[in-house]
Design a protein around this ligand. Structure first.
Ligand SMILES: O=P(O)(O)OC[C@H]1O[C@H](OP(=O)(O)OP(=O)(O)O)[C@H](O)[C@@H]1O
Ligand SMILES: O=c1cc[nH]c(=O)[nH]1
Ligand SMILES: [Mg+2]
Length: 212
């Protein structure tokens, strides 16, 4: 299998176990969201591993001591609507002070090209760390366009978290944004003729929100 230097596949047994149920078409909508929450938390643990820490003094009931904090008020989660919303709850549970800045984008069913329909204004993006989240990296068109937007707004420190990636999408993304690390739970086989990931999990947005 082709190697991608900017891709980290977090194939921890717990993630693989939960991904098995996420892929299963008989998994209910309620279970699907609960599993996305759980895997989202586990992937967040991995993607935040290299965030810098600042020393702070804390007084325990016994004495003063030096502890460490991440700069959570300058950490921005960027969910790609709609399916990226699935990861927001778990990240906010872990890092309640983070900022959430939405990017609305859908993939045109015919051309497979991303169409942007919503963006948030960014404040001091050069001073912030961004984690873009979307369960699916298929052709890579949406993720590349979303990072193009973040960079055009002034963002520099960006990470991308997804659940399932296709080799075609990783290749396109890594070429366009070699400075943006990708964290995924699985690198799947390929895209089908409709640019869906095989074996994949189907349409993540539809499974999360009950549409199709
Ligand atoms: O890598 P790509 O080929 O661009 O495909 C991936 C995109 O497709 C899905 O979104 P979709 O267009 O289905 O929108 P939705 O989240 O609103 O369902 C998915 O959540 C990604 O954003
Ligand atoms: O397999 C795919 C490809 C794009 N979007 C999805 O939700 N699933
Ligand atoms: Mg969709």
């Amino acid at each position: 299998m082709k190697q991608f230097p900017t891709l980290t596949v977090t194939n921890h047994p717990l993630i693989q176990h939960k991904l098995t149920y996420i892929r299963d078409k008989s998994t209910s909508k309620r279970e699907f969201k609960a599993l996305i929450d759980e895997v989202g938390a586990l992937l967040t643990y991995e993607i935040t591993r290299d965030l810098p820490l600042t020393a702070v003094e804390v007084e325990t009931p016994l004495q003063k001591t030096e502890c460490h904090k991440i700069d959570d008020r300058n950490l921005v989660i960027v969910p790609l609507l709609r399916a990226g919303l699935g990861f927001v709850d778990s990240i906010q549970d872990l890092i309640p002070n983070c900022i959430v800045s939405h990017v609305g984008m859908y993939r045109d069913h015919v051309t497979k090209e991303p169409v942007t329909y919503y963006t948030n204004e960014m404040h001091n993006p050069g001073e912030k760390s961004f984690i873009m989240v979307d369960p699916m990296l298929a052709t890579g068109g949406s993720a590349v366009a979303a990072v193009d937007f973040l960079k055009a707004s002034g963002a520099r420190d960006i990470r991308f978290m997804c659940l399932v990636a296709a080799p075609e999408g990783v290749e396109l993304f890594a070429k366009a944004h070699p400075d943006v690390p990708i964290f995924a739970a699985a690198l799947d086989e390929k895209l089908n003729e409709d640019a869906y990931i095989l074996p994949g999990l189907g349409d993540a947005g539809d499974r999360l929100f009950g549409t199709n």
